[in-house]
Design a binder for this molecule. Sequence first.
Ligand SMILES: Nc1ncnc2c1ncn2[C@@H]1O[C@H](COP(=O)(O)OP(=O)(O)OP(=O)(O)O)[C@@H](O)[C@H]1O
Ligand SMILES: [Mg+2]
Length: 226
Amino acid sequence: MATMRRETGIAGLDKLVMGGFPVPATVMIGGEPGTGKTTIAVQSLFYGAKKGEIGIYITGISEPRWVVQKFLSEFTFYDETVIEKENIVFKEIRSELFKEPEKIIYKIEELVEKYEPQRLVIDPITPIKLSLKKTGRIREFFHELFEFLKGFNCSTIVTAEMSYDEIPKSIEGYMVDGIIMLSYPIEKDVRRKFLEILKMRGTKHATGKHLLDITLEGVEVHAGLR
Ligand SMILES: Nc1ncnc2c1ncn2[C@@H]1O[C@H](COP(=O)(O)OP(=O)(O)OP(=O)(O)O)[C@@H](O)[C@H]1O
Ligand SMILES: [Mg+2]
């Protein structure tokens, strides 16, 4: 049976994964501050929304819509009309995060049942993980959430604030279907951005670090370039 795929719409990235992420799948995009996690995640929501798909963007910061607008409206992929038409829905889970982390799962499930999105972004999941630590139920939380989303054939991107050396100890890394790491090593006084696919269940994918560029058009991956 051929694998169903959903394009990310990120130039150069789909080629690295044989045309798109397998569906359904939860893919973690990890990386240090400013490596491009949010840009990739939101760009892919806009890509889907322009084709009529529904996308949900979930974050712990307040007024996510305005924050995204402030930082991402310069990009050519940004389109106010898809937000007005609610093809992309921005939701914050701030109060749950600080007061009742065990309720986050119900809130996300409620949103997914209401909007039936093809794409969902949780940006970032790191604070959710930290707040759940107290409850000792991180693994159960991610297991339930990822299984639930699979039932909706949803393409999920979760961003993770982490560097390469934290991957082996990250519970979520073992549970997601794919891991993409972004980095910006310094080489000969020049810092450049890179993208590397470490894991993608159910598909062949390119390996190694590929040059990543952020321009006004958004993120672009240059397959094979180093
Ligand atoms: N118009 C632009 N042209 C070139 N580079 C840009 C442009 N806009 C943003 N960037 C780059 O994108 C980076 C921000 O990317 P983004 O917010 O997606 O990172 P992030 O990984 O989500 O960071 P954080 O962990 O802090 O949330 C900026 O630091 C800058 O390097
Ligand atoms: Mg970000």
